[in-house]
Design a protein around this ligand. Structure first.
Ligand code: MF3
Ligand code: CO
Length: 286
């Protein structure tokens, strides 16, 4: 019988002196914390790259915001996203990602996320729609989404949209250097519940920057665990999906992508890409 113990995750590259940050993480790991592998802590150069990617990503969302209206097809939104992104020297990250056929996700009403734009799907007065934009610039990824209300919607759907944005803000406010990933969902879930809404558990935020989806997984509900230590230089999304009814979802078996609420009641989502700094948190997709 051989002794078992946890292998160290945090490793110093050969020939480098441990920095103050290295020493702090290694001490935390010794205390039993779940620490990120060192490569999840971005270098200043990588952060600049992700920041520049975020500028294009924000430009896409601003363009969509200025154009979106009743009667427009979701395929038209897709064309706006593709043309703007490519003309700014970037690539829409969703296009061909694991076979996704379009440049953006458009998710209307009971669609939670990953809706596929279509020539035959038109926005109607009263719809609430999530447009989820992800950009690759010079190899760096950014990811953000907004809700749009088409004309005027019902008070309850408007409340869902507004509370979901508050959930994103509450999650972001819970991010502290040397805090934990679990703080985020613990801040979000009670806020959603107070309004009678539920938090989707089957989908999460994620590390982002050098790839589309990196560690850590960022749950938006209270997992009752601390989760991974938040180290300055980590970059990840917070993207709560909040449902008017039950939290359960299913994937449409026809297209293999579209995620829908089990009770087919509306769902909303807002998303930003965040950088953990030495003093707090910075939004890279403003
Ligand atoms: N943008 C989504 C996210 O927030 C990912 C979409 S994957 C796609 O993680 F292929 F559907 F685009
Ligand atoms: Co995301």
């Amino acid at each position: 019988m051989l002794n078992k113990k946890k292998k160290n995750i945090w490793r110093i590259p050969a020939g480098q002196e441990p920095t103050e940050l290295d020493l702090r993480v290694m001490e935390a790991e010794k205390q039993g914390e779940i620490v990120p592998p060192r490569h999840l802590v971005k270098t200043p150069e990588q952060i600049e790259g992700i920041r520049r990617s975020g500028v294009v990503n924000t430009g896409v969302l601003d363009l969509v915001e200025s154009q979106i209206r009743a009667g427009m097809s979701t395929a038209e939104i897709d064309r706006l996203v593709y043309d703007y992104t490519v003309s700014h020297g970037a690539i829409p990250a969703p296009l061909n990602y694991e076979g996704f056929p379009k440049s953006v996700c458009t998710s209307i009403n009971e669609v939670v996320c990953h809706g596929i734009p279509s020539e035959y799907e038109f926005l109607e007065e009263g719809d609430i729609v999530n447009v989820d934009v992800s950009t690759i610039l010079d190899g760096y990824f950014s990811d953000a989404s907004r809700m749009f209300v088409i004309g005027k919607t019902t008070p309850r759907k408007q409340e869902l949209v507004d509370v979901t944005l508050e959930c994103l803000k509450a999650g972001a406010a819970a991010v502290k250097p040397w805090g934990h990933v679990g703080d985020i969902g613990r801040a979000i879930e009670p806020l959603a519940r107070r309004h009678g809404f539920s938090v989707v558990r089957d989908l999460c935020g994620h590390g982002v920057g050098l790839e589309f989806h990196e560690d850590p997984e960022v749950d938006h509900y209270d997992t009752r665990r601390k989760g991974m230590l938040l180290v300055p230089g980590m970059v990840f999304t917070i993207e709560p999906m909040i449902n008017m009814g039950v939290s359960d979802v299913f994937i449409d078996e026809e297209d293999g992508w579209t995620v829908v609420t089990e009770d087919e009641l509306p769902s909303a989502q807002w998303e930003h890409t965040f950088l953990v700094t030495e003093t707090g948190v910075e939004i890279l997709t403003h």
